[in-house]
Ligand binder design. Structure first.
Ligand SMILES: CC(C)(COP(=O)(O)OP(=O)(O)OC[C@H]1O[C@@H](n2cnc3c(N)ncnc32)[C@H](O)[C@@H]1OP(=O)(O)O)[C@@H](O)C(=O)NCCC(=O)NCCS
Length: 183
């Protein structure tokens, strides 16, 4: 599945994306607020294999679609600048969850917000979801800013809820409903 935005192409991951994925996996600034730590090459290979497998819209609970994000102006298949994912959290309650990671070289240009906005469209239009959430450490200000720009609302602030990089971290839960997104 592919999706175009004004400046971006969201496409399936491919074998050639290992170098990009591994560069994010080994960048302390990128993994700072991710549960994953610095990855060796074999771990990145496994992570890429999972991404290559997750190319279909999630239809069952626990399934996920991954998109590699590249600049639309470039040839299809060139090095991605980031990734976004959409998980089906509950089929019964039509709930999904999004996530995003971008190469620091491409931060501060609005690309993460643009890609995540398209992901909300996939969730609400293609999957017919009722509600989409995102989880984030409140001190990850760049990520909370993305969710705010998307029109999401912070609904919960769990205190010392996750063990992150050797210490307890607070966790924020953000959400947007389908009718709010359409408005
Ligand atoms: C979270 C993350 C994706 C946010 O990236 P980001 O670059 O800050 O977010 P965006 O791509 O939406 O860019 C927004 C910035 O681009 C600026 N911008 C510049 N040109 C723009 C344009 N043409 N359109 C929109 N915004 C533009 C915005 O003003 C904003 O700047 P600001 O941060 O000074 O307010 C990034 O920090 C990241 O990958 N972190 C590591 C992984 C991670 O923590 N993921 C989230 C886990 S919850």
């Amino acid at each position: 599945m592919r999706r175009h935005t004004e400046r971006l192409l969201l496409r399936p991951f491919a074998e050639g994306d290992l170098e990009a994925l591994h560069s994010w996996d080994t960048n302390p600034a990128v993994v700072r607020y991710l549960l994953t730590g610095i990855a060796d090459l074999a771990t990145s290979e496994q992570r890429l294999a999972r991404r290559i497998a997750n190319t279909a819209l999630p239809r069952h609970e626990g399934e996920r679609i991954h998109f590699a994000v590249q600049l639309a102006s470039e040839v299809v298949g060139v090095r991605p600048i980031g990734e976004v994912n959409l998980d089906l959290i509950s089929a019964e309650h039509s709930c999904g969850e999004i996530g995003y990671v971008f190469d620091p070289t491409y931060h501060g240009k609005g690309y993460a917000t643009e890609a995540a906005r398209e992901l909300l469209r996939v969730g609400f239009d293609d999957l017919g979801l009722h509600r989409i959430t995102a989880h984030c450490y409140p001190e990850n200000h760049a990520s909370t800013a993305v969710m705010r720009r998307l029109g999401m609302r912070e609904e919960a602030h769990h205190v010392a809820n996750e063990w992150l990089k050797g210490e307890w971290a607070d966790e924020g839960v953000w959400a947007i409903l389908e009718h709010e997104w359409r408005d």
